[in-house]
Design a protein around this ligand. Structure first.
Ligand code: NAD
Length: 350
């Protein structure tokens, strides 16, 4: 018997096809009367269509959401929120847009309905990363967690395949780390394994049938599970390294996660039996199995291809060792440098 705490799942979830049509009902359910709809610039049209659909319940749109939630964008969004007399936010998009929704909701104390259109997995968590003056800080707080998440498989049918693959691997990283987290519980572990099963089954067919609702449904279902698990556990080596490589070297978020995951998971598999079921799911090897899954799906495999230099690997190793956090396997500078070298070269972990 292992003692545990399970806090309960704190966010209402609506999952299906065509569920975007329920946005108004979900806003009303929270007592919202005027929702500001948030998107990135490329998804502005979708935001305008959603605002039209909401009619009188829409306070307008704000379409400047950007990667890593810059505080100056949040300040402009809050000015728009106030000027429009909004009382809640609806974020329609990937992790960047949901991040903006969280940043507004936590500052204004208002409700947030998140409608994810990628698999990145911000929507179910209480985590917010923000950038100010080029520096990214991450914090966790109950007020950051969206009240309601609407998953609409139809919104993901057009997500470009390359982005879909990287995003699904980004999601998988949450499940992997949730399995060996110091505060893992039986529910997050079950969800994580089910997520990895769903993603393993769906990813190989994506390239040939990118608009197949069954495949997309499995991926979004997996993403929900991954995001939920991440929302209740501490993060370890994988997320910390991805944070260093992404944040300090300005590398793209999903690519960084996708490339690092086989290496960090493979390394940690040597320090915990929590990943044994993942080895079973992936043909015997955690690191090798994830690498094969990524390669077969056409994911990027080499940090070198993102423009990182070998000298950057030295600096990244130094930065990664600065903060202490729990990890199932102890490591030193040599371990991290070796892991980064393998990811830089795109070598398949054993
Ligand atoms: P993103 O939100 O920046 O989206 C990438 C691009 O894809 C954007 O241009 C977006 O408009 C476009 N896009 C999104 N959905 C689309 C669709 N269905 N069809 C076509 N285009 C679409 O990228 P992301 O990978 O979803 O999110 C990354 C961000 O999320 C990072 O800032 C990361 O730190 C954050 N994140 C946070 C958490 C958390 O718990 N706080 C978890 C995961 C990710």
């Amino acid at each position: 018997m292992t003692p545990f705490v399970f806090p309960g799942i704190l966010t209402r979830v609506v999952f299906g096809r065509g569920t975007l049509a329920q946005t108004g009902d979900e806003v009303a359910r929270l007592g919202g009367k005027r929702a500001l709809v948030l998107t990135t610039p490329p998804q502005a049209e979708d935001g305008a269509a959603l605002a039209d659909r909401l009619g009188d319940m829409a306070a307008g749109t704000f379409t400047e959401a950007a990667m890593h939630t810059p505080v100056e964008v949040t300040a402009r969004a809050i000015a728009a929120f106030d000027a429009a007399g909004a009382d809640c936010v609806v974020s329609l998009g990937g992790g960047s847009t949901i991040g903006l929704g969280k940043a507004i909701a936590t500052r204004k104390g208002c409700d947030h309905v998140a409608i994810p259109t990628t698999y990145a997995g911000s929507e179910m968590t209480d985590i917010l990363g923000e950038t100010e003056g080029g520096e990214k800080t991450t914090r966790r707080d109950a007020s950051i967690r969206p009240e309601t998440v609407i998953y609409d498989v139809d919104l993901t049918l057009g997500l470009p395949v390359e982005l879909s693959v990287k995003s699904a691997l980004n999601a998988s990283a949450h499940a992997i780390e949730a399995l060996y987290a110091p505060d893992a519980n039986p529910v997050t572990s079950l969800m994580s394994l089910e997520a990895l099963r769903a993603i393993r089954d769906a990813l190989p067919g994506l390239r040939t049938a990118p608009k197949d609702p069954e495949i997309r449904g499995q991926l979004l279902y997996g993403a929900w599970l991954c995001s939920t698990a991440l929302g209740y556990v501490a993060m370890s080596l994988h997320h910390k390294l991805a944070h260093v490589v992404g944040g300090s070297f300005d590398m793209p978020h999903a690519d960084t996660h996708a490339i690092l995951l086989p290496h960090t998971a493979g390394f940690n598999a040597g320090g915990t039996d929590a990943l044994d079921p993942v080895a079973d799911l992936l043909g015997g090897s955690v690191g090798g199995g994830l690498w094969d899954l990524a390669r077969d799906a056409g994911a990027p495999l080499r940090l070198a291809d993102l423009g990182l230099t070998e000298a950057d690997l030295d600096r990244a190793s130094e930065i990664a060792l600065k903060n202490k956090y729990e990890n199932p396997r102890p490591f030193d500078r040599e371990d991290i440098r070796g892991l980064l070298q393998a990811a830089w070269e795109g070598r398949r972990p054993a």
